[in-house]
Design a protein around this ligand. Sequence first.
Ligand SMILES: *Cc1c(COP(=O)(O)O)cnc(C)c1O
Length: 400
Amino acid sequence: MLDTSASSMTESNCSYPHITSMQWEFDGDPCQRAWVEIDLKALVHNVEQIKSLLSPQTALMAVVKADAYGHGARIVSEKVLEAGASWLGVATVPEGIELRQAGIDVPILVLGAVNSPEEIQAIAHWKLQPTICSPQQAKTFSETLGNLDQKLPVHVKLDTGMSRLGTFWQDATEFIELVQKLSNLEIASIYSHLATADDVDPTFMKQQHERFQSAIASLKATGIIPRLHLANSAGTLSDQTLHYDMVRVGLALYGLYPADHLQQVINLKPVLSVKARVTQVKTISPGTGVSYGYKFVASKETQIAVVGIGYADGVPRSLSNKMKVLIRGKIVSQIGTITMDQLMLDVSSIPDLQVGEIVTLLGKEGNIKIQADDWASALGTISWEILCGFKHRLPRVAVG
Ligand SMILES: *Cc1c(COP(=O)(O)O)cnc(C)c1O
């Protein structure tokens, strides 16, 4: 199933690859300047950990939108389905089509809203399952699709307090009865999305849960009781009463915790590492500036390394002069402005450093770990955004 066409590159004297878009290699130490490693064992471990929280009636939807948070949607989907996930969640129609074209035939929910006739037709053609957010959208779907041999399974979205997609929970019954009456649509689930599940204070999460419950309770009279789901990673880790028939897990699959206070719940292992090679080593004298704008000036004689990775690969420029990396299991500091394709390090502590040696920007060497959370907190953002930031220019290398 896996595309191993580039596997010859993993031999020790590798021939130079022709890089198109996302490229995969397996179990190799690639010859490129920089790459992303995906640890498939860690991914399977995380699925097992998450499943250990779920009752047998609760399905696991693996959220693989945004190219599986930068990890590669196809390979992640194949692995997590083997490991026990049974649904996939994507954000867009093309993301769903990519998985269908890869031969994946499990149910795929498109979490984003689809309104154009072209995309609605594509949904039906590729047997994707849409989110229906409003009565108007339901009618557009029904009219666009016309007569179908088989009803299209759709997922009705309620807004219980996220103020994003969905019909307000108070209007749930009317909305759902309307969808139910459309002859070519079939309600496969009713769901909502939590806004504050990663918060230590559960007040708002409980309020959303109560709204979801009251919407469901008011439906009981109509006899419509499809599958229900509510929890993202944070909801899944924080409260089993949120699990219902399915949980929609993204971040935790990739081995990161949605919040510090949830670290005790299960043991997760980060799946993604980012590595690059030293491309030049040199020594600069005191007073010498480094990189654009001379935001770093050497105060003493300093050995520096140039590394072949930059902001066009997804290393945020705003980490300039703030980030640490690992070489030979040692922490070293990045210095000067991070440029589009390269960055510099102070490697005075490794006098015999050689061109070609590997630098770990994210990942583990020995007992030291640098995590997406470390970058996120230095930048005032969240690990989700860091993971999604790695560009296709970085080949993905599957390990484990
Ligand atoms: C992205 C997304 C998820 C997954 O969120 P995580 O916090 O990464 O687990 C779940 N549900 C919906 C609707 C989403 O958009």
